[in-house]
Design a protein around this ligand. Structure first.
Ligand code: C2E
Ligand code: MG
Ligand code: MG
Length: 587
């Protein structure tokens, strides 16, 4: 059992130990308080600052004496408004703590961003004793974020907005214009000959020139305009216009500013630019498309000689778009077998016999019904489909010749050949292959109808192709004769078997003396050149009789028969043979 004195001694020692431990804790807390990198402050329950550490003064720039006893002390020091601080404090009182970012100013006025934590200390009865605050300066994080933002949205070299920021601005400007604001000019600007400058002077001096041009360009823009650099020497401009008319004047200023001399090494050099522009909302496209339209116009400006502004042609673009769509639909029509051949008989006026037919293309459109060739042929011009469809017509016609021939019918079938198709390299070879694929069709039963325009485009090639085709045994005739400017000259140069007098002359034969004279002359000319002459568009038998009297041997037209599908033609041929509607038999 322990002695009473010993017990007392032990109690004293324990108390001393506890005291020493408490003192140690206090010293530690004081050291933490003094050396913390975060600014720490303590307020009493009235918000008066009772203590703060050196870091607080360092961060805020306020001396200890200036803050101690202030109510609420941290408010002025943190540079936030009284209300703001009160709100945070209230939150801290309710929730026990508050943590968040605050933006304020240092004592010297410099803006800073702080991370602030507030914690409320209560006594065991729940009464607020103190509020403890910690602040750390996070301005550097903001600077870093701003730097990242700058790198993400601005061009390094010129400091101009880059493509991404431009896209944002464009979206905003479009929204403004749509809300009834001013029209918007979206411009694509490309420096002329900049590659040569880079090649000649090196990239460093090229960069110098770009900076110079940027400076000049910036002087002619207003604050609401945007200039951005989106590639090597490619800039885009967004101009907020008073009216669409103001566009040209604004862009003239832009071109003039580009022309101001810039320093390249030791030289002062004057540059120029090609600019393509499209106006929103008259060009009512999305942002990407607007930029593409401006780009397309810029390319045209380059093509047309550079150093100029060219407007994107909305009408033209629409018709080109329509052209593309029609072409795609026609391609589908060929794949889906929607094309048909109609045949129109050709009559020998000497005997009233049917000597041939002209194959005429139709499109059996699933919704629109039967479409005439002039409603869709123009869309084919210059496309691959033009000759694909031409080959289809040739193959179908050769197949039909074979079938008729097998039935004992020797009808010459004429096929219309488009100028592009005829002038395509290898036309005669393709024809030869098609003939070989239809060995039961005598080649002399195929006739090609070609247009004068083919010969006008390239007479040498046209004449050579025609000769090759005739060597294969195929006949060739000149269609729509008399409508071109050089029909007469062509007859001399193109070795054709026949010519077809255009229906526009035949139509008014009986009423128009000039047409009558012309038809008379064409017939005489054809005969003189040893050509078979066919009149097309013969609508009455009296016209047919007059044509025959003038020396025209063959005729085609509604007066005899309309173009028709092959099954109807078979019936028509039977009926015609039994009772030909041609009385002018030459005995
Ligand atoms: P084209 O070769 O001069 O054909 C004559 C056109 O006159 C045909 O029109 C025919 O239906 C029409 N026609 C015939 N007789 C009369 C008549 O008495 N009165 C009137 N008013 N018209 C008559 P279609 O079939 O509409 O063809 C128009 C043009 O389309 C053709 O003129 C030809 O240039 C072109 N075409 C037709 N089929 C083809 C084809 O397969 N390929 C190519 N490349 N062009 C074709
Ligand atoms: Mg024809
Ligand atoms: Mg014709």
């Amino acid at each position: 059992m322990l002695h009473e004195l010993d017990v007392h001694q032990i109690e004293l020692e324990l108390q001393n130990e506890a005291l020493t431990a408490a003192q140690g804790e206090l010293q530690l807390a004081a050291a933490v308080f003094a050396h913390s990198a975060d600014g720490l402050f303590v307020c009493d329950r009235n918000g008066l600052t009772v203590d703060l550490n050196p870091a607080f003064s360092r961060i805020t720039g306020l001396a200890r004496e200036a803050v101690l006893g202030q109510a609420p002390a941290s408010l002025a020091a943190l540079g936030v408004t009284k209300d703001e601080f009160a709100q945070r404090l209230e939150h801290a009182l309710l929730q026990g703590h508050w943590r968040g970012e605050i933006r304020g100013r240092k004592a010297n006025g410099q803006p800073h961003a702080l991370m602030l934590s507030l914690a409320v200390v209560r006594d065991p009865a729940g009464q607020v004793q103190h509020c403890v605050g910690a602040v750390s300066d996070i301005s550097h994080l903001h600077t870093h974020a701003a730097e990242l933002d700058r790198m993400a949205h601005y061009d390094e070299l010129t400091g101009l907005p880059n493509r991404r920021l431009f896209a944002d601005r464009l979206a905003q400007a479009m929204a403004r214009a749509r809300r009834g604001g001013h029209p918007l000019a979206v411009c694509y600007l490309d420096l002329d000959g900049f590659k040569e400058i880079n090649d000649q002077h090196g990239h460093a001096l090229g960069d110098q020139a770009l900076i110079g041009v940027t400076r000049h360009l910036s002087t002619v823009l207003r604050s609401e305009d945007t200039l951005a650099r989106i590639g090597g020497d490619e800039f885009v401009l967004l101009l907020d216009l008073e009216s669409a008319h103001a566009c040209d004047a604004a862009l003239a200023r832009v071109l003039a500013s580009v022309a101001l001399p810039v320093q390249i090494g030791e030289h002062m050099v004057s540059l120029s630019a090609s600019v393509g522009v499209t106006l929103f909302p008259s060009d009512d496209a999305d942002a990407d498309t607007l930029l593409r339209h401006a780009d397309q116009a810029m390319y045209l400006a380059k093509e047309q000689g550079k150093n100029r502004v060219l407007h994107f042609d909305v009408q033209l673009a629409r018709s080109q778009q329509n052209q593309r769509e029609q072409l795609a639909r026609l391609r589908l029509a060929l794949v889906q077998g929607e094309f048909r051949l109609y045949f129109q008989p050709k009559i020998d006026l000497d005997h009233g016999r049917v000597v041939g037919v002209e194959a005429l293309l139709r499109w059996q459109h699933p919704q629109l019904g039967l479409q005439p060739p002039l409603s869709f042929l123009a869309f084919l011009q210059g496309s691959e489909l033009d000759h694909l469809l031409g080959e289809w017509v040739l193959a179908q016609t050769l197949g039909q010749i074979e079938r008729w021939y097998a039935q004992g019918l020797s009808l010459v079938a004429s096929v219309n050949i488009s100028p592009d198709h005829l002038l395509r390299p290898g036309f005669a070879e393709s024809l030869q292959a098609l003939l070989a694929a239809h060995p039961h069709a005598p080649t002399e039963l195929l006739e090609l109808e070609i247009l004068e325009s083919a010969a006008v485009t390239d007479l040498g090639r046209a004449a050579a192709t025609v000769s090759r085709c005739r060597e294969l045994g195929v006949k060739v005739s000149l269609d729509d004769f008399g409508t071109g400017h050089s029909s007469l000259a062509l007859l001399r140069r193109l070795p054709v078997d026949g010519l077809k007098i255009d229906q526009t002359f035949v139509r008014d034969l009986s009423t128009d003396r000039n047409d009558h004279a012309l038809v008379t002359a064409v017939i005489a000319l054809g005969v003189a050149f040893g050509c078979e002459v066919t009149a097309e568009g013969v609508e009455t038998l009296s016209d047919a009789a007059e044509l025959h009297r003038l020396g025209c041997r063959f005729a085609q037209g509604y007066g005899f028969a309309r173009p028709m599908p092959v099954d109807q033609l078979d019936d028509w041929l039977v009926a015609w043979r039994a009772n030909p509607a041609w009385p002018c038999q030459v005995g």
